[in-house]
Design a protein around this ligand. Structure first.
Ligand SMILES: [Zn+2]
Length: 422
């Protein structure tokens, strides 16, 4: 990595990134003024589309789900690396996006997470174009949709062909999506979310007594769920987050519902937990029906029934801390005098490639930030160019540079090359 840092063109690109820093800030501030809740990123995507073209990327286009992609073509001999950052924010359309400034510190919902990252994409692309630098493999810039919450990683799922018909082959993936510049997320917390709805015929609490209650059935289900024993390693969790139902104190409810979230670092543990959860809910319904002498299933119309609606599914996966892509990012941090913060597990766009066995990490943007997912989110513009500099170094190391491949990404989809040692 230090050798790469000493290359003349890399040094030129570094100087460019430092000089371009003001413009990157300007674009961050412009972009965070564009509302972009998940599934409504079109306006922001248009902005990025124009900027990617200006930055000299090739094949700039917006795909079927709204991701903006542009390529910095390589020499055709190396792995293809995706650089990602998400266009969506957690804030609804009507959120007040008034920008506030206090010295170097700017406040606006979404300014860091993940607007800053997308602005860094543009700066990196400009720098590569200005000094004529290329990797061996293609570097695909991707400002993707739907990273947050119920967006459920739709953008990245599409890019990797998990959802939809796009089937691109990529060999490595770097997402910029954390407030710690030198942070590295390399494990994927998987999750499943369900809206569970219990239905019944309802009735008067006194004259209708003896009718099974959806609320009572849900109470039984929650009691079972709260007694689940789950592994602490790999960390596996469950939560009933929201409950709803009923209309009055003297009415047997017709409906009750709950939102359930389950997570694990381990795909099998998550599958097991999910199966146990489904079983517990079904049992709870049977018990409530049996309590009032009714049979199982739909044997009589008085019975409680239940429906499951999946509200989200993010795949789990792990990588070793010592694996190539993590250590490449660590070396790039070190080359810039930054000490790596190993964050380990989180739920980010990198979940998708990690779950597919494709080397992937999420790293931090330049500068400082805080208050993500709150309306008080802030960004401090301080040595901010170091983020894009580290990313450029990392991308070149992963894609190969001037015939050298220091990091041998194991999942080479389109290329069959011998990797010489540097
Ligand atoms: Zn984010």
């Amino acid at each position: 990595m230090k050798e790469l840092l000493r290359c003349k063109t890399v040094q030129e690109a570094f100087r460019f990134l430092e000089k371009d820093d003001k413009r990157t800030l300007q674009e961050t501030l412009e972009m965070c003024q564009i509302p972009a809740p998940s599934y409504q990123e079109e306006k922001k995507a248009e902005y990025v589309f124009g900027k990617m073209q200006e930055a000299g990327l090739e094949d700039v286009h917006i795909d079927a789900v709204g991701n903006v992609l542009g390529v910095r073509k390589g020499n055709g001999n190396g792995p293809r690396i995706v650089l990602a950052g998400h266009t969506d924010t957690v804030f609804p359309m009507e959120t007040d996006l008034t920008l506030k400034q206090d010295g170097n510190r700017y406040s606006c919902p979404g300014i860091g997470d993940d607007t800053r990252a997308v602005a860094e994409h543009l700066s990196i692309a400009r720098a590569m174009n200005a000094v004529g630098i290329r990797g061996e493999g293609d570097i695909v810039f991707c400002a993707n949709v739907c990273e947050e919450g119920l967006g459920d990683l739709r953008g990245t799922k599409y890019v990797f062909g998990v959802d939809g018909d796009a089937l691109h082959q990529y060999d490595g993936f770097v997402s910029i999506d954390d407030k710690n510049t030198a942070g590295i997320i390399y494990q994927a917390v998987g999750s499943e979310r369900y809206l569970v709805t219990f239905h019944g015929i309802g009735g008067h609490s006194y004259t209708g007594f003896g009718t099974p209650s959806p609320i009572h059935a849900m109470g039984r289900a929650i009691a079972k769920i709260s007694d689940f024993q789950v592994p602490s390693d790999p960390k596996t969790t469950f939560n009933v987050g929201i409950v709803n139902g009923g209309s009055s104190v003297n009415v047997i409810a017709e409906e009750a519902s709950m939102l359930v979230d389950m997570r694990s670092l381990d795909a099998n543990a998550l599958t097991e937990l999910s199966a146990k959860f489904h079983e517990a809910v079904e049992e709870a319904v049977e018990e409530e029906n049996a309590r009032w002498g009714l049979g199982t299933g739909n044997s009589t119309s008085d019975c409680i029934t239940v429906t499951f609606e999946q509200k989200g599914k993010r795949p789990a996966g792990t990588q070793e801390k010592q694996c190539q892509i993590v250590q490449a990012a660590n070396a790039a941090n070190q080359a810039l005098g930054m000490e790596t913060l190993y964050i380990g597990a989180a739920s980010t766009d990198a979940n998708i490639p990690i779950s597919l066995g494709i080397p992937a990490i999420t790293v931090g943007w330049g500068g400082k930030g805080g208050g993500e997912h709150t309306i008080h989110e802030w960004y401090e513009h301080i040595e901010s160019w170091k983020g894009p500099q580290r990313d450029l170094l990392l991308l070149l190391a992963l894609s190969g540079f001037e015939g050298n491949y220091k990091y041998q990404l194991p999942h080479i989809a389109n290329f069959n090359i011998d990797f010489p040692e540097v």
